[in-house]
Design a protein around this ligand. Structure first.
Ligand SMILES: [Zn+2]
Length: 305
C-alpha cells in the first residue's frame, strides 16, 4: 500500500489567512523553523495506478497538481482518483468533494451520519449527482471491514475498517448524530497484513483504542492542539481542544504521554493547527515530540506499507 500525505494541517492550513499567531507570523516574515502546510489530505493506493483519497480537503486542487501520480493519464477526461473515504462531515474534510464535481465517476465511502449531513442536509452536494454515473455513495458501518472498490467494481486491494469515535457533528449542523459514527477513525490494510491507522480527530482514548494502535504499522494521529486551552490563551476567547473533539498532544492527559508505551507503529501527528507550538522546530514542544519517537506529518511525504 502506498500512502501520500498531501496535506497535514488542520482547518485553515498553515499559515491561516487571518491569523497572526507567533507561528503564522513567523512563517510570513521568514523567521520560523518549520514548514507551511496545506489542509489534511491523504491518498492511498494498492498498485500505484488507482488511488483513493482519505478526506477531501479544500486545498485538494493544488494537492492533486503537486502529485504527478494523481494526474490524468488516459484520454481527455480521466483521473487515477477512484474515490474518497470520509472520516467526518467537517468542512475542512469534505469541501474538496465539491471541487471533484466535474462529472467524474467516483465512489465515496462514509457513515450514515456523514452521508445524511452531506446528501440530505446540504443541497450543494447534489452537484455530485447531476448525471447517473457520477458519484456513488457507499455506507461504511463501524467495525465492518470492507474491500475498497472503484465505481466499476474493481478492487483496490485495500481493506478499510472504521472505528466509531463520536456523535459530534460539525458546527454547521444542528445537534448531534443518533449514533457515534459522526466521527470515525480509519484502519486500512493490504493483503500482506500491513495496517495504517488514520485518526485526524481523536475525542477519546480508550484501552481498546490503545490496543488497536499497538497493532498498527503506521499511525497518523490527531495533532490539532498542543494544549487544551491553546486558542483561549492566544485569542482570549474560543473553545477548548477537548470541547472541539480533540485530545491535545501535550500535558499529562495528552496523547504524547498517554501513548508513550506505543512501540510498534511508526507514529506521526497530522491535522496540526497553525497555533500548535510543536510546529516550531526550534522549540521545546517539537523536541519533546521527537524525543518521544513521534514525527510531524509533512506535506509531500510518501510511504510504502
Ligand atoms: Zn496562526
Amino acid at each position: 500500500m502506498q500512502v501520500k500525505i498531501l496535506g497535514s494541517a488542520a482547518g485553515g492550513g498553515f499559515p491561516q489567512w487571518n491569523c497572526a499567531c507567533p507561528n503564522c507570523s513567523g512563517v510570513r516574515n521568514g523567521h520560523f523553523e518549520g514548514k507551511p502546510r496545506l489542509q489534511t489530505q491523504l491518498a492511498v493506493s494498492g498498485d500505484g495506478a488507482t488511488w483513493f483519497l482519505l478526506g477531501a480537503s479544500p486545498d485538494l486542487r493544488a494537492q492533486i497538481e503537486s502529485a504527478p501520480d494523481l494526474h490524468p493519464r488516459n484520454g481527455f477526461r480521466h483521473s487515477p482518483i477512484a474515490g474518497a473515504i470520509l472520516a467526518s462531515a467537517d468542512l475542512d474534510h469534505v469541501l474538496g468533494l465539491l471541487l471533484l464535481r466535474e462529472l467524474q465517476p467516483l465512489r465515496v465511502y462514509a457513515t450514515e451520519s456523514v452521508l445524511h449531513q452531506l446528501r440530505d442536509e446540504n443541497r450543494m452536494f447534489a452537484m455530485l449527482n447531476r448525471i447517473p454515473e457520477q458519484v456513488r455513495w457507499s455506507v461504511i458501518r463501524a467495525e465492518e471491514q470492507i474491500a475498497l472498490q472503484t465505481v466499476e467494481g474493481t478492487s483496490l486491494g485495500i481493506d478499510c475498517k472504521s472505528v466509531a469515535l463520536s456523535s459530534r457533528l460539525p458546527a454547521y449542523a444542528t445537534g448531534s448524530a443518533n449514533s457515534n459514527d459522526a466521527v470515525i477513525g480509519l484502519i486500512l490494510s493490504n493483503n500482506s497484513g500491513r495496517k495504517l491507522g488514520f485518526f485526524p480527530q481523536l475525542p477519546c482514548l480508550t484501552p481498546e483504542l490503545h490496543a488497536l494502535f499497538a497493532s498498527l504499522d503506521f499511525l497518523l494521529m490527531d495533532g490539532t492542539f498542543w494544549s487544551d486551552d491553546e486558542l483561549i490563551r492566544l485569542q482570549g476567547t474560543g473553545q477548548r481542544a477537548r470541547d472541539m473533539g480533540h485530545i491535545p498532544v501535550g500535558g499529562r492527559e495528552g496523547t504524547l504521554e498517554q501513548l508513550k508505551a506505543l512501540a510498534k507503529p511508526r507514529k506521526m501527528y497530522i491535522h496540526i493547527n497553525n497555533t500548535n507550538p510543536m510546529l516550531n522546530e526550534a522549540g521545546p514542544e517539537y523536541r519533546q515530540v521527537r524525543d518521544a519517537g513521534w514525527e510531524l506529518a509533512g506535506d509531500g511525504c510518501q510511504l510504502t506499507l
